[in-house]
Ligand binder design. Structure first.
Ligand code: MN
Length: 283
């Protein structure tokens, strides 16, 4: 199943090209539950919302997906966790490009650890990316985004996929330079999530998903999550050793080779097997 947020903070159930407004049902269920201490109330309530959808009629189609402004499917995650340098070929290109590596060896992921992006950087596909410093280089990084579904700490790798609510496409937009990753990657609109959440049951193996990123129609990044150096189970288990994970927390799993600059006016199309296509405009 696919769930979106759209327009003026509406909740949507996506089927094909159509979106059904499920805001009333969603708000009724969220209102009937205690608010989670941390995390996103919609993701926290998702199992109950899915059960309700199975027994209630959807009503008329509200809109075509193409005609609504898509917001981030998670409104208020407690944290955005991100994996640096998690594909071999991206390490090689980073080390070859002084604008990325500053001429230094790039620390491998086990040494670098994970990093956090500000939650306030999060936007949906329809909101687009606003380049903040036009005189500096802002790069695209397309990544599989994992949306945590339940409160979890010290999860074993074998159980890790059991705490996933779903998956989405992530763009970890990045200003290049000498500052810490969290500083350069936390600018407003520099974390794009969408176009919707695909529930975990529709993605039997997140470590085997082909994906691409095109800029103005030109292929820039093309890879498969099978090449992740630290796979989805590993990232969840690792992150949960350091932080308690809460419903709606998002893990950006890292970008493959092919990163490059974007400028205002660029049109990005990210496509992931089993998720779909996400169109994002840079301004
Ligand atoms: Mn990244």
């Amino acid at each position: 199943m696919q769930f979106a947020r759209f327009g003026d903070d509406r909740f949507g159930f996506v089927r094909g090209d159509d979106i059904y407004d499920i805001t009333a049902l969603t708000e009724r269920i969220i209102g009937s539950r205690p608010a989670p201490r941390w995390g996103d109330p919609f993701i926290d309530a998702l199992p109950q919302i899915r059960a309700a959808l199975a027994s209630e009629t959807l009503g008329a189609v509200t809109a075509r997906v193409a005609d609504v402004v898509l917001l981030s499917p998670v409104a208020r995650p407690s944290k955005l966790i991100a994996a640096p340098v998690n594909y071999d070929l991206h390490i090689a290109e980073a080390e070859a490009d002084p604008a990325i590596s500053l001429g230094k060896a790039v620390a491998r992921i086990d040494q670098a650890g994970l990093f956090l992006k500000a939650t306030s950087s999060l936007v949906g596909a329809g909101e687009g990316v606003a380049v903040r410093f036009p005189d500096r280089r802002t790069d695209h990084e397309v990544e599989l985004a994992v949306i945590i579904g339940s409160t979890a700490a010290n999860v074993e790798k074998d159980a890790a996929l059991g705490v996933v609510a779903g998956y989405a496409i992530g763009l970890d937009m990045s200003v290049r330079g000498s500052e810490d990753r969290s500083f350069r990657k936390s600018i407003d609109s520099y974390a794009v999530l969408g176009p919707w959440l695909v529930t975990a049951d529709e993605v039997p193996d997140p470590d085997r998903l082909a994906f691409t990123l095109r800029v103005n129609g030109e292929l820039r990044q093309q890879a498969n999550t099978i090449s992740l150096l630290r796979n989805v189970r590993h990232l969840i288990a690792w992150a949960s050793q350091w932080y308690t994970l809460y419903p709606g927390d998002i893990i950006f799993t890292g970008t493959p080779a092919g990163v490059g600059p974007v400028v205002p006016g660029d049109e990005l199309d990210a496509e992931f097997e089993r998720i779909g296509v996400m169109h994002v405009t840079v301004r």
